[in-house]
Design a protein around this ligand. Structure first.
Ligand SMILES: Nc1ncnc2c1ncn2[C@@H]1O[C@H](COP(=O)(O)OP(=O)(O)O)[C@@H](O)[C@H]1O
Ligand SMILES: [Mg+2]
Length: 643
């Protein structure tokens, strides 16, 4: 014994773990623990152990089991009954999710008689002399934890409500993201629950409304308005802002994603993820990377309810037989969910937040981002105007879809565009002649599935001028994509590969094995790159595929980013694009130069005048297509005003 403790903490820990695994707890003791917890509401682990006559390890194991079953909460070293709130609210949600209010008997624990505030670290009293130092060490760590260093703070505004956000470094592995959620006292909570009941009774939800995005939006507004009216009539003296705050809570709880909605308000957040009911919700911040938020979804059921709700809104489902879901929210955010035991720690939700205002080329040339240069933007614009085929490649979350979307306002308004995606992400200017399509997985009976390949084949019968494929992955769809290029459509898509040479390699070798000659229908490959350290996204290279005699497609690098100088350098002059332009448009080299020069001027002018929106950029592009000289002259004269 003595030998083990002398040889350091690691062995002690191993010993503890192996002892933990061997701990045996008689089944009947669970009930005992629940009972005393119900009568006190909250108590320390040591105290609980004492009351039911078990040692600390046994009590700990029991508590873990009960927590896994969602019957108690463990906070630090306290054991707690689950919040009344979450139990009650959970049942209502379950009811609502069946689109009818189902009565589920809830065992409501009695109001705690006496709340015993456990003395800190009573454990030390029992500790053997050799271990007496442990509680001290713990105390110390706790003290360190309370030192918070502010990393950044700002406010996020929605509907005239300001939510303040603080990002603090608490000495944890990652900084914490704290959103100031309204604190609801007992009385207000009761009022909210009462209002909820009234609203459920009043507003009948028909499944039709939930399936239809427009109707769902209306339903949301209706809920919000009614919630406001009801609360206002009770809280006559409350400010409008307070009423707005409360009604938002109601809507979030009843038809939204609960407290996660607060995290979805912030444009700096790219990802919101739930790992299980035992872990807080994590967020990926544009500037600070992964952070732990102060939002927790208290039960596994609730996580599953949220997933089912998301699924229903797009006419899909997530069940134990089909435990994985890919869907999107009405806002366009992409959602993936998995259920326990596929995800062994618990139910998960991953939300990729969709930029509320889709980025255009102007955002990307803005000095704030400098994803690519105005020169590249002008070049890609020209490629889109003259119907070149473009494939955007890069790693996961490197910004491929964002680039694809930024090219959309360069599409001429008089052409028919068909887009197809797994989940809706693209956001095109309103005036475009655009038909968006999305795939559909099969139902539980294995029927009714519509794949990317189906869509692609169908789209070619819809007389498109431009075909946009969200992402190509499988052999069959890549084949059809090249077929579409070959038959004279201009095609835009994204692909997972880190370098232009890797794109060619992956497409031409197994399992894709597409004949190399076919690749020559593709004009340009744009590679997006995400710096894993600075988190910056850059266009790494722009390459064209030349049409030389050889069978193997050859790459010609036009632009390449230099990570050392952080500049995008022009590499080799274009061969393929220049030849094709000469052939299809009769443009000479100097025509091309002046075309590029004009486009670059317009782009820089838009940046200077802060014209960022898809529709605004698209409007100027459209004017330009109608009469290039007029727009160029106007811009040169410097006295045009927008709106
Ligand atoms: N150029 C960029 N600069 C900064 N952030 C970007 C850029 N492009 C995309 N992002 C952000 O990165 C995330 C992933 O972008 P997305 O285009 O969906 O990537 P991909 O399609 O490669 O998976 C999004 O949250 C988006 O807002
Ligand atoms: Mg993408």
């Amino acid at each position: 014994m003595d030998g083990t403790s002398a040889s350091g903490g690691k062995k002690d820990l191993m010993g503890l773990i192996s002892r933990m695994n061997k701990v045996f707890v008689p089944e009947g003791r669970k009930k005992d623990l629940l009972e005393i917890l119900n009568s006190t509401g909250r108590m320390s682990l040591t105290e609980a152990a004492e009351k039911i006559g078990l040692d600390n390890l046994q009590a700990n194991k029991l508590a873990e089991q009960l927590r896994a079953e969602g019957r108690i909460l463990i906070e630090k070293h306290y054991l707690k009954e689950p919040d009344l709130e979450s139990v009650d609210y959970n049942t209502k949600k379950a009811g609502l999710s069946e689109l009818s209010v189902k009565k589920v008997p809830v065992h409501t624990p009695e109001v705690p008689k006496a709340r015993v505030t456990p003395p800190e670290m009573t454990a030390s009293a029992e500790a053997k002399p050799g271990e007496a130092k442990v509680p001290e060490a713990k105390e110390k760590r706790k003290e360190e934890k309370t030192i918070e260093i502010d990393v950044e703070s700002y406010t996020v505004k929605v509907d005239d409500i300001h939510y303040s956000i603080r990002i603090v470094d608490t000495g944890d592995f990652v900084p914490h993201y704290l959103v100031a959620m309204p604190r609801i006292d007992f009385v207000t909570r009761a009022l909210l629950d009462e209002t909820k009941r009234a609203l459920i009774g009043e507003i009948q939800i028909e499944s039709r409304e939930v399936f239809d995005p427009e109707k769902f939006q209306k339903l949301r507004t209706k809920f919000l308005t009614r919630a406001r009216e009801k609360l206002k009539s009770v809280l006559q003296k409350a400010s409008d802002e307070y009423i707005a705050v409360l009604s938002r809570i109601l809507v979030n709880e009843m038809i939204g994603l609960g407290d996660m909605e607060y995290l979805l308000l912030d444009d700096n957040i790219e990802e919101v993820v739930v790992n299980s009911s035992r872990d807080v919700v994590w967020v990926y911040h544009r500037k600070h990377g992964w952070l732990k938020s102060n939002v927790l979804i208290p039960t596994e059921d609730l996580i599953m309810n949220y997933s089912s709700r998301v699924a229903r809104e797009v006419g899909r489902e997530i069940t134990h037989l089909k435990p994985m879901l890919d869907a999107h929210l009405i806002s366009g955010d992409r959602v993936n969910s998995t259920l326990y035991p596929i995800s062994t720690q618990g139910n998960t939700i991953t939300i990729r937040r969709f930029s509320r205002t889709p980025w255009t080329a102007i955002h990307l040339i803005d000095p704030k981002l400098q994803t690519f240069s105005p020169e590249i933007a002008a070049f890609l614009w020209m490629a889109v105007e003259y119907e070149m085929n473009v494939l955007i490649a890069g790693g996961t979350a490197s910004g491929k879809t964002t680039i694809l979307n930024a090219l959309m306002p360069f599409m001429p308004a008089n052409q028919r565009i068909i887009s197809m995606e797994d989940t809706r992400e693209l956001n095109l200017p309103e005036y475009l002649h655009w038909v968006p399509l999305t795939i559909r997985p099969t139902n539980p009976e294995g029927e009714g599935g519509v794949s990317m390949l189906d869509l692609l084949q169908n789209s070619l019968r819809m007389r498109p001028d431009r075909v946009i494929v969200g992402e190509v992955r499988a052999r069959a769809e890549t084949e059809v994509m090249f077929e579409a290029m070959h038959t004279g459509h201009s095609v835009y898509s994204t692909f997972h590969a880190e370098r232009a040479s890797e794109v060619i390699e992956r497409i031409t070798s197994p399992p894709m094995s597409i004949p190399p000659a076919v690749l020559k229908s593709l004009h340009l490959i744009v590679i997006q790159y995400r710096n894993r350290r600075t988190k910056q996204r850059k266009t790494f290279e722009v390459c064209e595929i030349t049409k030389d005699e050889s069978d193997v497609p050859t790459l010609n690098t036009l632009y390449k980013w230099n990570p050392i100088t952080d500049t995008i350098d022009k590499m080799y002059p274009s061969i393929r694009v220049k030849d094709d332009l000469a052939m299809f448009t009769g443009m000479t080299e100097s025509d091309i130069e002046s075309d590029l020069h004009g486009k670059r001027m317009i782009l820089e002018w838009m940046l200077e005048n802060k014209i960022y929106g898809v529709n605004d950029v698209g409007r100027i592009v459209t004017e330009y297509y109608l009469d290039k000289q007029v727009v160029l002259d106007l811009i040169k004269s410097k006295d045009v005003k927008i709106k």
